[in-house]
Ligand binder design. Structure first.
Ligand code: NAP
Length: 462
């Protein structure tokens, strides 16, 4: 029998995910299933003395990137570099160096992959040398040079773990034989936001739920990256680029977090038959405009998304001529789910010829498309701070006179009963955001001192 070939890898980073990869390979990996052994040859860390959660041979650890990137086993360089250190610097430069040396790279680093503005850069060897000396990725460079290098060096760059760890959505989008059949995608892609909103449904305040998320290791001490929607936007930038077949800039995404949602909003939504979920949405329209947004929305209580609890993720893919979306559910983050995506990428980048993956890389080497955002008509949940009488003037004066064929109030504070005395909560008929803004800015509302506290779309079931 032939000996099982071995893929020799180097890890850049040995924190939550890096140690997850180590544990996955020790406890769960099945070389008979994949046909390859995987050997961790070197590990880059920042602090050699930091306690680790796994029992690793200290001789594997180094603080010198060259000990990993230039490491040779039996006279040969490593096969795959796994970047799980995170951040822009030095992660970007190190990945570029690995690719330049003909080594495949696997990364979970959505922040780097969606970094920078729209500029297109091919880097000269002189520029790369300078970047290496300064250990810095220039601010106006995006991740494009990594993808360009995959072509020149015939290597692969895997990044399945950057989006919704356990859900193989990147690979699925890549394998669909045409992007033309894709109508859109919706996802719960940030486990921290979903965990916090789930705890608020169960009675906690936002601050209590955030504290619990931090205690469970689901939120950082500074949680803004998650709760402000940045993490979900980075994931949506990657997904929508793949889905539309053209690079989408982070700056084109309308981004909102969950910090304005209160326990009362969740209770009001529940009274009206909805839950509040933090969604990432991309959908193309026949006139070429695109919906591209991240933020909290109301979803009907009896739908699949409403049942996605705690830190779970879900992605629904809408395809032409299909009655129902394809729905994927799984763990979005955490050591082992992310490690599982990384290990499957390691095998994939090693065994797949780079020509067959070049369509993915092509997307990320092109000029970003100028996005024309679509403002769809949906119902809206509005919570307004206003003087008494605002409902009467809204219903009788503003909406009736000016928008008789447009915005209407379907439900108002009277439908909620005395349990919600604080603000004025309304559900509107299907309207664009521009129409809603027009209503809220109507001068006839001025005497009522209207301050919109929360304005959320109600997800349309397609
Ligand atoms: N955590 C998750 O559930 C998750 C899920 C999906 C994707 N990701 C992505 O995976 C990546 C890693 O996340 P993580 O949670 O594992 O991070 P982490 O726990 O903070 O670990 C980072 C590791 O990188 C090392 N490191 C950082 N900067 C370094 C430097 N300049 N030189 C050498 N080593 C350095 C650290 O070394 P020391 O240990 O010595 O400090 C540490 O081992 C990020 O891109 C993240 O977005 C994470």
């Amino acid at each position: 029998m032939e000996e099982t070939p071995t893929i020799n890898i180097g890890l850049l980073g040995f924190g939550t995910v890096g140690q997850g990869v180590y544990r996955y390979l020790q406890e769960l990996y099945d070389s008979e299933k994949t046909g390859y052994n995987i050997n961790i040859a070197r590990i880059l860390v920042r602090d050699l003395n930091r306690p680790r959660t796994v029992d690793v041979n200290p001789a594997l650890l180094t603080t010198n990137p060259d000990d990993v990137l230039k490491y040779r086993l039996g006279g040969k360089p490593l096969d795959v570099i796994v970047e799980v250190m995170g951040g822009i610097n030095p992660a970007g430069v190190l990945m570029l160096e690995a690719l330049k040396s003909g080594i495949h790279v696997v990364t979970a680093n959505k922040a780097f992959l969606t970094y920078g503005n729209s500029q297109k850069h091919k880097l000269s060897d002189k520029e790369i040398k300078r970047m290496h000396e300064q250990n810095e990725w220039p601010k106006d460079y995006n991740s494009m040079p990594l993808f360009v290098t995959t072509f020149s060096q015939n290597v692969n760059l895997g990044f399945e773990a950057a989006v919704a760890g356990e859900i193989p959505i990147i690979e699925h989008l890549f394998r669909l034989p045409s992007t033309k059949e894709i109508l859109g995608l919706e996802g719960i892609v940030n486990g921290t936001c979903n965990f916090i909103l789930t705890q608020m449904e169960r009675g906690m305040s936002y601050n209590q739920a955030l504290k619990l998320a931090q205690e469970k290791g689901l939120a950082e001490a500074d949680p803004s990256f998650d709760v402000d929607g940045i993490d979900a936007s980075q994931k949506l930038a990657l997904l929508s680029s793949m889905l539309l077949g053209t690079k989408i800039n982070l700056s084109d995404i309308q981004c909102e977090g969950i910090t304005k949602v209160t326990k009362s909003d969740i209770e009001c939504a529940n009274t009206f038959g909805y839950k509040i979920k933090h969604l990432a949405v991309v959908r193309r329209h026949s006139d070429g405009s695109i919906e591209l947004r991240v933020g909290p929305e109301l979803v009907k209580r009896e739908t699949t998304f409403a049942t996605i609890a705690n830190e779970s993720n879900a992605v629904a893919l809408y395809l032409k001529e299909r009655e129902n979306p394809e729905i994927f559910i799984g763990n979005g983050a955490g050591a082992i789910p992310t490690a599982s995506a990384i290990v499957s990428d390691i095998v994939e980048v090693y065994r797949t010829p780079s020509e067959s993956r070049s369509p993915i890389y092509n997307i990320f080497t092109g000029y970003p498309e100028k996005v024309r955002l679509h403002d769809p008509k949906t119902q809206w949940y509005l919570r307004l701070q206003a003087n008494p009488g605002v409902e009467r003037v809204l219903r009788n004066t503003v909406l009736r006179n000016q928008f008789s064929s447009g915005v209407r109030i379907l439900k108002g504070p009277g439908d909620l009963g005395a349990a919600f005395p604080l603000d004025h909560v309304f559900i509107t008929s299907e309207s664009t955001e521009a129409q809603i803004n027009d209503v809220l800015n109507d001068p006839r509302l001025a005497p009522y001192k209207v301050i919109p506290r929360l304005k959320l779309r109600i997800k349309k079931e397609i």
